[in-house]
Design a protein around this ligand. Sequence first.
Ligand code: NAD
Length: 500
Amino acid sequence: MTTLGNYINGQRVGSNSGRSAPYYNPATGEAHGQVALSSADETRAAVAAAQAAFETWRKVSPLKRARIMFKFKELIERDAEKIATRISQEHGKVYSDAFGELTRGLEVVEFACGAPHLLKGEHSLNVGTGVDSYSLMQPVGVCAGITPFNFPAMVPMWMFPVAIAAGNTFVLKPSEKDPTVPIMLAELLTEAGLPDGVLNVVNGDKEAVDVLLTDERVEAVSFVGSTPIAEYIYQTASAHGKRVQALGGAKNHMVIMPDADPSQVVSSLLGAAYGSAGERCMAISVAVCVGDEVADHLVRDLTAEIDKMTVGPGTGQKTEPHMGPLVTREHADKVLGYINTGVEEGASLVVDGRDFVVTGAEHGYFVGPTLFDHVKAGMRIYEEEIFGPVLVVVRVDSYEEAVKLVNRHEYGNGTAIFTRDGDTARQYSEDIQVGMVGINVPIPVPMAFHSFGGWKRSLFGPLHVHGPDGIRFYTRMKTVTARWPTGIRAGAEFSMPTMK
Ligand code: NAD
């Protein structure tokens, strides 16, 4: 069995840490191989490579950096099938979903192709007579990214294309559960002309991550993962003087008003709750029905539609199943544990995804689509992120009660409201304490040229990822005020200078 190592200074290097972890094909339960768990010293070597590369990369013109991104985009398109197949084989999501993930990552590369425009800064003529002021958007230095298993291509691509296009160098520590694709992407960037050391990939666990959080050569840390780790990353890296954006977990609510289009609600909910087996930070995991009539209809219609859903390994064919397995046996067991908990807590289990066997893939980590009704605040299946194909229905009596429920939850990543009433939708987007809001759109993931991020315990740090906030995060602004000899030549001024 081979061990996947690191990508440092433009080439694959093995690890001597003596530690590794297996990673699997979740649809079959077979191990693909081992991934290195790099030592602190190996991680420092990646940081050193990034620091050395920064000295020249920061001076490369944004136009030249953008041209490498254009080439990178072409190469991703060339290899898209290969990359999507690999995502599907290591993560378990079906091929079409893997292809969609790659496309959303590619859109960030397209955004980064606009680097010359994005890094223009601001200019003011005559801030004083004969005095001009302008800003420089300079790179911050060595940046680090630590990413989760659920989007092995897209989430790293939220980070490194923007950071690199802005003139930074980067060390990526991907998830150890599906580690191959980030190295494939790094190799494509080398092929696109990226100088060695600008993007490095270090596989590992806490030992590698702790170096990235504390090494004084790292200036900025981007993290996406679960909330307890996000909080740890934010606190540790901030305490070591770094700028940090740490995106955490989620429990996304969809509020369904009595005037919503019922068939639109059902089809939207099915995809948003069960797509990617619910392993999406923007998955809808709570349906909030305003009124018992709405809830009764929804539960009846959803049950009928879930019955028609297909579950199995991704194939890449048109007849591909709707949903694949969970990422590991351990995670599938955790999700099954939550279903047991929901039953013990007294929620009504309408569709039971336990004891779900896929013929021909008996060793895969499958959990069937699961639906609970009559779920209440305070139950663990309502409060905690399950991160599996489990949708819970909560019944409320009014719009106000729905808003109160969503706003009291500790997470605030995404939310949606389904209604035909523009006033209600507008009010909801204003009232709700959540970072991304959909109006009749179940998964409102912002496009690459906007920024992505939640509120409350779904994001630690002020800046969201990609889009304008991504540029702000990966640049340091410097403001220059300039006067030339033809300007005012009064004698020394001892009072605060004002416009003359
Ligand atoms: P995770 O927190 O377990 O791991 C994320 C990363 O942190 C991995 O690279 C992992 O190796 C590392 N890590 C794990 N434990 C660590 C520790 N003790 N110290 C240092 N580093 C550690 O998350 P996951 O299970 O890979 O991903 C699922 C989670 O990610 C879910 O909670 C999901 O909501 C969240 N997520 C959030 C967003 C978002 O945009 N907010 C997007 C995708 C995923």
